[in-house]
Design a protein. Structure first.
Length: 148
């Protein structure tokens, strides 16, 4: 048997919110709640990790013009916003459509304080990568002990 660790405030609660029509919006979360309106169709999958110097956010955004993606950085989150238009195949009958189209919005909480003004974003092979340098207060400092 394979056990998978799941986050309570991750996909499960988001799906329950959608199913219950916002009834669970009063449930407190440790990060800013995403504003998802009727014009938001989907949320791209992301990975968030950090090293000693920066926080990195990767988002899967295939077939999206990176110039059409808005990236907003606040003190404690990064928001990605944009849309993907469907490619309609003329004279074709679709038997399955699983790719997501339409407007997307994804707010990612930051694990530590960053220098938002120094962020850099790149796009390659359908992956958006946002690199955010950590603030000096968030970096670990090592102190050597001298023996007298």
């Amino acid at each position: 048997m394979i056990l998978m660790r799941r986050s309570l405030f991750d996909e499960d609660v988001q799906e329950m919110r959608r199913q219950l029509g916002g009834l669970l919006d009063a449930v407190p979360t440790p990060w800013p709640r995403e504003i998802v309106g009727p014009d938001v169709e989907w949320q791209p999958p992301v990975e968030v990790f950090e090293n000693a110097h920066e926080v990195v956010i990767k988002a899967a955004l295939p077939d999206i013009d990176p110039k059409q993606v808005d990236i907003t950085i606040t003190n404690d989150a990064v928001t990605l916003k944009g849309s993907r238009k469907p490619e309609e195949q003329k004279d074709s009958i679709y038997h399955r459509r699983e790719l997501r189209y339409g407007a997307f919005l994804r707010t990612v909480p930051l694990p530590t304080e960053v220098k938002g003004a120094e962020a850099k974003a790149s796009y390659h092979d359908g992956m958006l990568e946002v690199r955010l340098p950590k603030s000096d207060r968030a970096k670990n400092t090592t102190v050597k002990v001298t023996v007298k």
